[in-house]
Design a protein around this ligand. Structure first.
Ligand SMILES: Nc1ncnc2c1ncn2[C@@H]1O[C@H](COP(=O)(O)OP(=O)(O)OP(=O)(O)O)[C@@H](O)[C@H]1O
Ligand SMILES: [Mg+2]
Length: 246
């Protein structure tokens, strides 16, 4: 690994401990009020926001390290059920924006209950019950990172609806995320995968990101031998479909 890159990864790596300390501290204040003192409603709100943001930062740190590992060809495969990686990804996403939905997802007892909860948020989850509990041998944190990025984009750019489809064959896992947003004109289909590229959006209220998510997804997919296709055009919504070999 080149020296500059190693220095950078090392710096990111060293952010993990202080972040964990901040997170644990805030969590203790929130969860052990009998020991550390009762919080007012306002204090609790501020601490919850601090906790959410500490979590956002740790997710970013882990994602950055995962990209570094991936470009070195390091895979960390294990057996995990499709249910677990989908649920975990959803919890991670909701944790950052709407902790109530994260809590609801955590206590879902089965696929039907999860589908119902998501449907309330205009997210349709399509997956066969028979696949839901099946295990796959994958690098779970990379797949979660891919799924989170696609879903985050769909949440950011949709008008109303999102449709998530998951399918599995002996050879591959297929994940597709569709939204009904403004779509991506054909002439930009290559550009949006480049680092830092962002389209001018019609809806300026959108929380803007950094134009790095899709470029990162492409790196992870390349390293796993996977591929991604994009179906979209102006006014036609967007579908990103990912195929990951098993
Ligand atoms: N589902 C989508 N619908 C419409 N445009 C999209 C969609 N997904 C991505 N784009 C366009 O592609 C650009 C690049 O996406 P990418 O995920 O790489 O970056 P981002 O979402 O802007 O920021 P971040 O680094 O936080 O992911 C976006 O800025 C947006 O213009
Ligand atoms: Mg993005």
């Amino acid at each position: 690994m080149e020296k500059q890159r190693l220095k950078f990864d090392f710096l990111i790596h060293d952010l993990k401990v202080p972040l964990a300390v901040i997170e644990a501290g805030v969590r203790s204040l929130l969860e052990k009020q009998d020991k550390y003192g009762v919080l007012s409603e306002k204090q609790e709100k501020i601490l919850l926001r601090a906790l959410r943001n500490a979590k956002v930062t740790s997710t970013l740190v882990n994602d950055a390290l995962e990209l570094g590992r991936s470009s070195e060809g390091i895979m960390n495969k294990s057996r995990c059920s499709i249910a677990s990686f989908v649920e975990q990804s959803l919890i991670e996403i909701f944790d950052l924006t709407e902790s109530h939905s994260a809590d609801l997802t955590k206590v879902c007892r089965d696929l039907n209950e999860l589908k119902k909860n998501l449907f309330q948020k205009s997210i349709q989850l399509e997956i066969d019950e028979s696949i839901w509990k099946q295990e796959v041998y994958i690098d779970e944190s990379k797949i979660r990172q891919i799924f989170r990025n696609l879903l985050n984009n769909a949440l950011k750019y949709r008008k109303n609806l999102i449709e998530i489809k998951l399918a599995k064959s002996a050879a591959a896992l297929d994940i597709s995320v569709r939204d009904d947003g403004q779509g991506i004109p054909r002439e930009l289909h290559e550009k949006i995968f480049k680092c830092y590229f962002q389209m001018d959006m019609q809806n300026d209220q959108c929380v803007r990101g950094h134009g790095l998510g899709l470029a990162g997804v492409m790196i992870l997919l390349e390293d796993m031998g996977g591929r991604m296709t994009l179906e979209s055009d102006t006014g036609k919504g967007t579908v990103f479909s990912v195929t990951i070999p098993l």
